[in-house]
Design a protein around this ligand. Structure first.
Ligand code: ADP
Ligand code: MG
Length: 701
């Protein structure tokens, strides 16, 4: 039988696994083959040589304790069917309580008072008592571990159902011993040998043995290191290979000269001196566009960092070389806003700008489309309308996509297709900063530029964290600004567009504001409205016809109303920090001093309050993103749906940044010398499995 087939053997063929256990392994852990069992990682290792005296227990630090069990007590919980099981552990000097809140039948069956055990867990303090809740217990006989017990013992993540089926740590250990006897863990390694040698990694077989049957904790750590590396490496190879193919398979028009428009604009019409960061990014774009390899560059820059004029320079290069430019935005408001800026900047050069929206009247749309097809129009700005079926371009040389994460891979690709047989150069813009290491995984297949400097003279938004008790003061501030002729936003959280209670909060907020500020007109936008209605409400606010806009986070995306100086966010604790920072960017866009007030619940925990204080403390989106990422983890930070990140099983994208960098470097070297990976069939098969497993939608099409 071929090697690979052995690993696909159903677990029922492993000694120690019967039909019942096979079923529980499948339902609890989604494990059904030899191979999947191997990939079940221990959550930690117990080194029973390191026993902590109970008197030296440290709170929240997992440790091994050794002592005798006291009598067991079952206490019912009032009003519930389940009961609590408690006992004590005494080590001759001190004692602690052991407690199980549910599913403790197995404890009662296996253990009794007076027995000597090892108890492993994380001590906590409750009601002045040192406690271990749901500890792992290992029975000692005559003060010794069971005979077959190694000094280093892997502890697997276990559930109650697994335990009830007899699948405890000891059983897992036996299963791995049996599996080792059958296979010696001989499995082809996806990581090429040269890379293993260079980065000091155990081979797959060695690592599997050290992982499941370790002889020391150090060895087990080396195995874990290797698997972390492997997880990062697989993703990085995919991303870098993608990037490589994009650059070699497609051709873009190469603009070896910046063209006449750049110098004319720069010398005669530049509205303000560029920041150093803007100049640097423009140079990077200029270099990319000189090549016949399609540019695929993402500009990350905080709100207000001036990405639009950077995009304009890219447009000037393309147009100056006789090519067309399409700038796509997720909303019509944003498209109109960009059209205004581009028209202001391009009219002195005698260049017209078309605006193509879903709502553009048909006759006008037709005229625009004709002009694009003939090449009479060289710059068009719009929404999804830009890549609709009937739209053809004469010579599309550059696409710019603002708030790129609002578009799917297919939508971006649909626009790029319009340049056929070329690929256009692509510029992607985002105001959602992502910390660098995370960017390596999320945007691993594009080049990233960062505008990390705000234009001079910006007044930082004064930021306050307030509670309900200070409501009057908050309304007074809004009132004072309205009296000066300014405008304000009041934002309510809307976690799910479908959550009725959230919608109710917005509507009630709207009523409350109407009562509190009867002299002013108040608008409302939320995600349940039709997009036309949303646009209309936004425009009324933009034109100053409404003074207060009550909204959900739909206003997050790039609305520019320089006259708005107050932002009040209700229930700020329900938002991510990065999102709050984005919201804050809605004010402070004009010459006036501006205010952001984050309303927090009165009984907020100190940790939650500190989290919000970070906003009052920092104004830098990258800094805030880093804090946010640390606090919430990558899944919540990115929002699982759009993250494009697989769930790493063992690697931690924050803790293991150093390993990530190495894995990326290794992947780069590998793709540079064998982009098709013909020499690495094992790696290839791992990669295809990986893509399938995570249904990875990679960043570029
Ligand atoms: P964002 O990066 O959020 O898209 P914009 O491009 O809309 O930012 O720029 C925000 C504001 O700052 C605009 O009014 C723009 O004209 C202005 N601006 C951009 N760059 C500079 C600069 N170097 N000096 C002064 N003002 C600038
Ligand atoms: Mg913008």
């Amino acid at each position: 039988m071929a090697q690979a087939d052995v690993w696909q053997t159903p677990l029922i063929y492993l000694k120690g696994v019967g039909p019942r256990r096979a079923e529980v392994l499948q339902s609890e852990l989604k494990i059904s083959t030899f191979e999947e069992l191997l990939e079940h990682f221990p959550r930690r290792y117990l080194d029973y040589a390191h026993i902590t005296p109970i008197s030296q227990a440290r709170l929240d630090q997992e440790a091994v304790f050794r002592g005798r069990l006291g009598p067991f007590q079952v206490r019912p919980i009032a009003g519930e069917r389940r009961a609590i099981l408690t006992t004590t552990l005494y080590d001759g000097q001190a004692w602690m309580q052991l407690i199980w809140y549910q599913g403790w039948e197995w404890v009662r069956q296996k253990f009794s008072a007076g027995q000597e055990v090892l108890a492993i867990g994380r001590p906590t303090y409750k009601k002045r008592t040192l406690q271990l809740s749901h500890p792992d217990l290992i029975l000692l006989t005559d003060g010794r571990l069971p005979q077959d017990f190694l000094r280093v013992y892997p502890l697997y993540p276990l559930t109650e159902k697994l335990r009830q089926a007899g699948l405890d740590n000891k059983r897992f250990r036996m299963l791995f011993e049996e599996l080792y006897r059958l296979t010696h863990f001989q499995k082809e390694d996806p990581i090429p040998e040269s890379i293993r040698a260079q980065y000091g990694l155990l081979s797959l077989s060695e690592a599997l043995r050290a992982l499941h049957l370790p002889t020391s904790v150090e060895e087990a750590e080396k195995a874990r290191y290797r698997f972390k590396f492997q997880e990062f490496f697989l993703l990085q190879v995919l991303l870098i290979r993608r990037k490589h193919f994009l650059k070699t398979q497609y051709t873009a028009p190469s603009f070896t000269q910046a063209g006449p428009l750049v110098s004319e604009f720069y010398e005669k019409h530049l509205p303000f001196p560029l920041t150093e960061a803007q100049k640097r990014v423009i140079r990077e774009i200029r270099r990319d566009m000189a090549l016949s390899v399609p540019m695929n560059r993402l500009i990350q820059g905080d709100v207000g960092s001036g990405k639009t004029i950077v995009a304009l320079f890219a447009a000037l290069i393309a147009m100056g070389n006789g090519y067309q430019v399409a700038l796509m935005t997720p909303t019509e408001v944003l498209a109109e806003q960009h059209a205004r800026s581009f028209r202001r900047w391009l009219s002195p050069l005698g260049i017209g700008v078309g605006l193509l929206l879903g709502s553009t009247p048909l006759a006008q749309k037709r005229r625009l489309i004709t002009k694009l097809a003939t090449g009479e129009l060289s710059c068009v700005i719009g929404t999804h309308a830009l890549f609709q079926k009937g739209v053809h371009y004469h010579r599309l040389g550059l696409t710019i996509i603002d708030e790129q994460h609002k578009f799917g891979v297919k939508q971006r690709a649909a626009l790029w297709e319009k340049a056929h047989p070329y690929r256009p150069h692509n510029l992607l813009l985002t105001a959602t900063p992502i910390p660098r290491t995370l960017a390596l995984s999320v945007y691993g297949d594009v080049d990233v530029s960062i505008i990390d400097e705000l234009p001079p003279g910006r007044q930082p938004v004064k930021t306050y964290i307030r509670t309900e008790a200070q409501r009057r003061e908050v309304w007074n501030l809004l009132q004072a600004e309205l009296q000066k002729g300014r405008q304000g936003y009041v934002i309510y959280p809307l976690v799910e567009e479908s959550e009725k209670t959230d919608l109710k909060a917005v509507e009630e907020g709207f009523e409350l504001l109407r009562k509190t500020f009867p002299a002013y007109s108040i608008g409302m936008v939320h995600g349940r409205m039709s997009s036309e209605r949303k646009e209309r409400e936004m425009n009324l606010f933009k034109l100053g016809q409404t003074q207060i806009l009550v909204a959900t986070t739909v206003v997050e995306v790039g609305v520019d109303v320089p006259n708005a100086t107050v932002l009040i966010v209700e229930h700020a604790e329900r938002f991510g920090l990065s999102q709050l920072h984005q919201l804050r960017g809605r004010v402070g866009r004009g010459a006036y001093p501006s205010y952001a007030i984050f309303m927090a619940q009165t009984d907020l925990s100190e940790a939650a309050l500190n989290r919000l204080q970070a906003l009052a403390q920092y104004n830098d989106g990258f800094r805030i993103a880093e804090i946010d990422l640390k606090l919430r983890g990558p899944g919540d930070f990115l929002g699982t749906k759009q993250s494009g990140l697989p769930d790493f099983k063992i690697a931690d994208i924050i803790e293991d940044q150093a390993i990530l960098r190495q894995a990326r470097q290794a992947a780069e070297e590998l793709i540079a010398h064998d982009p098709t990976l013909v020499l690495y069939p094992t790696l290839q098969s791992y990669l295809s499995r990986y893509v399938e497993k995570y249904s990875l939608e990679l960043f570029t099409a």
